[in-house]
Design a protein around this ligand. Structure first.
Ligand SMILES: Cc1cc2nc3c(=O)[nH]c(=O)nc-3n(C[C@H](O)[C@H](O)[C@H](O)COP(=O)(O)OP(=O)(O)OC[C@H]3O[C@@H](n4cnc5c(N)ncnc54)[C@H](O)[C@@H]3O)c2cc1C
Length: 463
């Protein structure tokens, strides 16, 4: 129970804002991207700086409050918010500083990838991230980070140079190869288990204009396309990436009216070469299986990064299921086509993101991300604006996943999982779990940070 004067005192310590259920801004502030999540925190501390984060952590500790850390608020399972506890909201710690000469980017812990893409593009640089620009840098990076540049430059964590972390006891430390290297290892995939990251330092890469966009095929071509794709993506030049999707064609440009609302299969490409070289890579596919439609053009990288933002605004209902995949066997393709042809709503989809190329050049234990040698990260998402369709999208995603799970590699990308329990988390980290638990015991022995894909502190220092 909070003391009567505790809240005003806490409020007075903050440069940012403290929001409680009586405040008008509370309803908006407690919302996260996935409208299926409806949590009611006791307090939301919108921290303006590191000092605010330290004060918020102290307040949480002294009042035995459950604490969640909110970066961009995109997490599928709503891990940025908690019921009855304290949300440490980082959305005011939002800045990007580019050191063009060193090609390094310093990013505030509450920034979005849109912020980063905007700032780096002016210098012809980019940091590998995800495919929606409103996603938070915090959650995506700490879970690993995969997207259009994964094959070329690796996971987001492969470009992370250091991070400023506020620990459970309020200490601020730097995590890098040189300082607190165990913590640096753990945060590159171990999620928000170890502390609040107030600042990230990334290595950026020379990316400006990419040749990119979707190609679409009829559903009855899906088996041939998937068989072609499974061969192509393991031997393709690292300059090109393409994720496979089952989708319903949105009713608007650039898609021709004849295709609107049609269920189709697609590959969304991103190629860092010239258009001429990109076409040389893709012409054999065009000759073998001519697409029904393509929008493959040169575009500024941030345009690709925000291409799907309009389709997926905040406030939709989302249900996620995921797996890592090593091989796309013929039987798995058959099942994909069966379930992928039954997308229950316009926004529901299945994506297969390639995670090979540069991402494979790191050993499975170099970071906690143990499935380095998997070829794809599969995600099945039931999505719809209408809460009445919650059961429909959930059942479809579950049935699809249950059919394909036996063909998976074992675990799933933590950032594509909802609340699936301890066994799934352990399966995902595999033999890296023990080391994560030991590091958790060193930096957060009381498991203060537990609103996440939780790693339990090792008892007696090892697990
Ligand atoms: C539409 C959509 C598209 C996506 N596409 C991709 C994609 O292409 N590639 C990909 O890799 N992922 C993708 N994701 C998944 C995304 O990486 C996760 O949802 C991630 O958790 C989002 O980060 P966030 O900061 O927005 O989340 P939040 O909900 O704010 O936080 C999620 C978790 O991260 C932790 N966290 C966040 N920020 C910090 C911080 N600064 N310090 C410490 N802990 C922190 C919190 O503890 C919390 O447990 C997508 C998600 C959505 C909704």
């Amino acid at each position: 129970m909070l003391q009567a004067n505790a809240i005003p005192q806490f409020r007075a310590q903050l440069r940012g804002e403290l929001i409680s259920p009586d405040d008008q801004s509370y309803e908006g502030a407690r919302k996260v991207y996935n409208a299926m999540i409806d949590r009611k925190p006791a307090l939301i501390a919108k921290c303006a700086d590191v000092a605010d984060v330290i004060a918020a952590l102290r307040f949480g500790r002294e009042n035995s409050l459950r604490v969640s850390i909110r970066g961009g608020g995109h997490n599928a399972g709503g891990l940025g918010v908690c019921d009855d506890g304290l949300v440490i909201d980082l959305s005011l710690i939002r800045y990007v500083h580019v050191d063009a000469e060193a090609r390094q980017v310093r990013v505030g812990g509450g920034s979005t990838w849109g912020d980063v893409d905007h700032a780096t593009h002016a210098f012809g640089l980019a940091v590998p991230s995800g495919i929606i620009s409103t996603t938070g840098v915090g959650g995506l990076t700490l879970g690993g980070g995969l997207g259009h540049l994964t094959r070329k430059y690796g996971l987001t964590i492969d470009s992370l140079l250091s991070a400023d972390v506020v620990l459970a006891d309020g200490r601020c430390v730097v995590a890098s190869q040189e300082e607190n290297s165990d913590l640096f290892w753990a945060i590159r995939g171990g999620g928000g288990n170890f502390g609040v990251v107030t600042s990230f330092l990334f290595q950026a890469h020379p990316v400006h204009t990419v040749c990119a966009g979707p190609m679409l095929w009829e559903l009855d071509q899906a088996p041939d396309l998937m068989k072609w794709y499974r061969e192509f993506i393991v031997s393709a030049p690292e300059d090109i990436s393409g994720f496979f999707a089952f989708m319903t064609v949105p009713p608007g440009p650039p898609f021709p009216e004849a295709l609107h609302m049609k269920k189709m299969c697609a590959i969304v490409w991103c190629c860092t070469t010239s258009m001429e070289q990109a076409n040389q890579i893709l012409d054999p596919l065009r000759n073998y299986l001519p697409p029904a439609f393509e929008f493959f053009v040169p575009m500024p990288f941030p345009m690709l990064q925000s291409m799907f933002d309009g389709l997926y605004p905040p406030g939709l209902q989302w249900y996620w299921k995921a797996d890592f995949v090593n091989e796309l066997e013929d039987q798995a393709i058959e099942l994909h086509v069966r379930h992928g042809s039954r997308l229950p709503t316009l926004f529901s989809t299945m994506h297969l993101y390639p995670i090979n190329g540069a991402a494979h050049r790191h050993a499975n234990d170099e970071t906690p991300w143990k499935y380095r040698d998997a070829v794809w990260s599969e995600v099945i998402v039931g999505v719809d604006p209408d809460p009445a369709n919650r059961e429909l999208i959930t059942n479809w995603a579950r049935e699809y996943w249950e059919a394909l799970h036996p063909y998976g590699a074992g675990g799933a990308y933590v950032n594509f999982m909802m609340d699936e329990g301890t066994d799934r988390i352990r399966a995902t980290y595999g033999e890296n779990y023990g080391r994560l638990a030991t590091i958790k015991a060193a930096y957060d022995p009381g498991n203060f940070f537990n609103v996440n894909q939780n790693i339990e502190p090792a008892v007696g220092g090892s697990m």
